[in-house]
Design a protein around this ligand. Sequence first.
Ligand SMILES: Cc1ncc(COP(=O)(O)O)c(C=O)c1O
Length: 370
Amino acid sequence: MSINGKGPLHLVHALEERKRKGLFRSLKYNYPKTDFSSNDYLGFSKKGLIEKKLQALQIKESGSTGSRLISGNSQLTEDLENSIAKFHSAEAALIFNSGYDANVGLVSSIPTKRDLVLYDELVHASIHDGVRLSFAKSYKIRHNDVDHLKRMIERNLPVVDTIYVVVESVYSMDGDCAPLKEIVKLCDNKTVFLIVDEAHAIGVFGKNGRGLCSELGLEENIFARIYTYGKAMGCHGAAVVGNETLRNYLINFARSFIYTTALPQHSLLSIEAAYELLLEGKLQEQLRENISYFNSLTKDFIPSTSAIHCKLFPGNHNVDIIEAQFEKKDMFVKGIKSPTVKEGAERIRVCLHAFNTKEEIKNLVNLINE
Ligand SMILES: Cc1ncc(COP(=O)(O)O)c(C=O)c1O
């Protein structure tokens, strides 16, 4: 008997409930032309910059044929990991298939049931999922609240073996940065270790886009950093960067690393090409200029020096209306609704890019002010 049009009823009910609340998600394409929404902050993906570099190389395989521990490893992968480690001033790096995989693998495998994970309330879903899969206890810390974090560390240290603090250097829904210098001071690297997700900082902060940890000179103090390649790097994949023991541990225990087919040559060479583009440095300068220009024109946005800028427009309905107004002008600006953000904190989110022109930015700000 065909399953078409049938299935467990709760699927239908859950979808109806979503529709009733105005939260039904559906896939779209044909995005408006002026991009203020993608994570392609430097335009590496759009302009075919990586593809141009790849054309010169002869790619001989379409798939990697297996997981890294079976048949999917290569000299290319290991050399790339060594150069990633060097670029980020670390002992070692390990490539994952995506940032999602990296966070889930890292956060689920490292803390044991005698440990505690303290994570910022605004961290990405992949970190939440890693915490859910781990056997450790966990608590949310109020966003960027260093005093709260300090109190939670002091209160729990006597009753757990190790505490892992997990934060992002740039938060994807607010665009603000973590107070990393203060957080680092609370992590002694003996019983309290820091994990920093740099997904939205690579390419944007630091010399040649090395990230915020590098800009602040903190690389050596951080147990693990996650760099993702689907945003400013314009390609795909991620790396966890830290010491050799961390790398070996993940190879042995991170299930999202072990039980999946490794990235193909094309993806690895794209990552390599993206790092080469970072070293050229020009586009990062253009992006920083656009961020300063945008900040000079606006005042009631959540303060941000990153590529992400948000303004609150409470109410999912309001956000829908504003998004549609942008679309009419062929501008791609996303509204962020609850429950992705807290009720009442619905917002529009502007992602700035190196390729946005001053005129586009000015038109955007004028429209927002209207
Ligand atoms: C902070 C953060 N970490 C991790 C990820 C996941 O990275 P990827 O898209 O490579 O799976 C994202 C993606 O949205 C993110 O914003």
